[in-house]
Design a protein around this ligand. Structure first.
Ligand code: A2R
Length: 314
């Protein structure tokens, strides 16, 4: 099977491409910038901006994918507040471009769009597990862009034969995630302190907020299940099903690091719209695909912290 991965050089894309290659897929990658994580022998590489409609079209004509997993995005919530137009263009228009291009070359193909648990927005204030039938009331430009893209492609998909699957993926973490996400921010600071590169103080935002965390390998497992199985088109939460406080994450990381670090709360780090608790109901994807979560929070945080020690040691 021929699978095209957009955003393949990003955090999740890298893991996903490796796993698909191990499984024997023919993989194409569509990327904004050349990074050479993979050789031309392993993957067919297209360096393209997804906003360039005709380049995206040419890539599809050349690669002829059976399926596309669309990860390319402006994925950072804080950046989205400052670059709302770019976020809206890449995440909405870019997604439509990729989906339309697949539809042109393979009208019976499968398009897996990666959305966000953040799309539920203030619906999370009900404090129950969020399921795919609940309304979405997204509260930041990133989440709004993901919701718009999802809704437009699902509506377009209904008029065509193409199979559209759109995930609502909750927080994920692991080695190689960029700073700007909670686990990578804490881990990189702890590693810098441990290597004597930063004084032993960590500045944090709202520690009482609770989020639904998955290890990146579990996220990739979910995407591969959605790719390989004949699931109904529509929306699927990719979630752990439990809300964990940011304080618990920090406490675990501090415990693993065995270091004596002062924690300073900086209210300027609070998000403009903070929703206390977010957790997704994962029963739909589990029923449809038999996806199993294998990660163990403490072990996976340890692996992530060890990665940052290596980064800081280099
Ligand atoms: O900005 P770069 O050079 O790191 O490239 C990013 C790529 N990308 C694009 N590719 C083509 N055309 C564009 N206009 C464009 N803008 C960005 O998408 C990067 O390689 C990739 C996104 O990777 P990350 O930011 O590392 O996201 P992550 O954590 O892997 O999340 C994957 C998906 C995203 O749709 C998130 O919104 C969702 O999962 O949570």
């Amino acid at each position: 099977m021929r699978v095209l991965i957009t955003g393949a050089n990003g955090f999740v894309g890298n893991y996903l491409v490796k796993r698909l290659l191990e499984k024997g897929y023919t993989v194409g990658i569509l990327e904004l910038a050349r990074r050479d994580f993979f050789t031309e022998k392993q993957v067919k590489q297209y360096i393209i901006d997804i906003l360039d409609c005709s380049a995206v079209q040419s890539c599809m004509i050349d690669f002829q994918p059976d399926s596309v997993i669309h990860l390319a995005a402006q994925s950072n919530v804080d950046v989205a507040w400052n670059k709302a137009a770019l976020t809206a263009s890449v995440n909405v228009v870019g997604t439509i471009n990729v989906m339309n291009a697949l539809n042109t070359v393979n009208p019976t193909g499968k398009f897996i769009n990666i959305g966000s648990g953040d799309e539920y927005g203030i619906t999370a204030k009900t404090n129950s597990l969020l399921n795919e039938g609940m309304p979405c009331l997204p509260q930041n430009p990133y989440a709004i862009s993901k919701f718009c893209a999802e809704q437009i492609i699902l509506k377009l998909g209904k008029k065509q034969k193409i199979k559209i699957i759109s995930t609502r993926s909750f927080n994920h973490f692991g080695p190689y995630q960029k700073r700007g996400f909670v686990v990578s921010d804490f881990s990189s600071q702890i590693a810098a302190i441990n290597k004597g590169m930063q004084r032993p103080v960590i500045t944090v935002g709202d520690l009482s907020a609770e989020r639904d965390f998955l290890y990146v390998e579990d996220v990739v497992d979910a995407y591969i299940k959605l790719l390989e199985q004949d699931v109904e088109p529509g929306i699927y939460n990719v979630a752990s099903g439990r809300a964990i406080s940011i304080k618990h994450i920090l406490d675990l990381l501090l415990k693993i690091s065995e270091s004596n670090i002062e924690v300073l709360v900086d209210e300027r780090k609070y998000r403009p719209v903070e929703i206390k608790s977010f957790a997704g109901d994962n029963s739909k994807i589990i029923m449809a695909t038999q996806w199993e979560i294998k990660g163990c929070l403490e072990d996976d945080l340890k692996t992530t912290l060890e990665y940052w020690y290596k980064v800081m040691g280099e």
